[in-house]
Ligand binder design. Sequence first.
Ligand SMILES: [Zn+2]
Length: 335
Amino acid sequence: MGERVNMAAEKPEKDHGSPLGMATLLITHPCFVNHDTGFGHPERPDRMRAIDKILSHDVFKSLVREEAPLRDDVEERICLAHTEAYLEKIRSIATAPIDGTRHIDPDTVVSEGSWEAALRAVGAGLHGVDAVMSGRAANAFCQVRPPGHHAESERAMGFCLFSNAAISGLYARAKHGAERVAVVDFDVHHGNGTQDIFWSDKDLFYGSTHEMPLFPGTGAISEAGVGNIFNAPLRAGDAGERFRDAFESRILPALHDFGPDIVLISAGFDAHQADPLANLRLVEADFMWATERIADMAKRHCHGRIVSLLEGGYDLVALAQSVAVHVKTLMDVGA
Ligand SMILES: [Zn+2]
């Protein structure tokens, strides 16, 4: 597995990047703090600053750091997962002169810096996929905002404009010939957007642990797509043991049966016990464990190819520490 070639894929262009050996790539950009969501909004620029600070520690010296690019093909790639009409709608809202902030819905807000941030957040995922599929990097973490997993093909919601993970996955297929693409989502909220976009394609896998009932209200076990969607809802108050059990009994066996050519992680850290938006009780060790288990599957099926994209996580200390553990684990499994 992992060596299948999709003949319909685009002809790969020569990769001009220098080989990184088996390094872990960190992809981010200073512009992500310019996406202003307004005073008191949990999805705020300080999330980037908290992660920047912790990843500046010596432990992360061997990370290869690259800027999230503003790519010429980004709009074309967005349309792998979203309609052109939707892209134009978001463009017109986010590029119109904005004094302060503008609400797309009660939760989802844009400011003057949002359009560039949204395009670079998508670009980070595309860049990560290029690096990992070409073997230039072992795996990649995209430290981005706005997040993506609530954005449906024609609807922004839950702080999300474009479905970063779904776009990256569909790009891995279109550009690199990955026939079977998996997204594993351990954000505390269900990724209704990724589910929506992957719903009817058996070669796209979506597996999610999430608290339920909770925003956005989707994510029941019965939501199964064409047998390619695996939801594992947890209840308020559940801690690491239930989370690990959901992975071991449902997500990981399904992922193993699926046999991915690349694994994308919707890495949200709001299932942490300190998070203000939800009521699961995970700790850093649980995120480390999940990262190791996902990496183990990626190693078995697709040479360890993982592109992880930041989703939620709203307690700054818990977020930074959880990202640190997640990224360190990616470094360890990639080494
Ligand atoms: Zn979330």
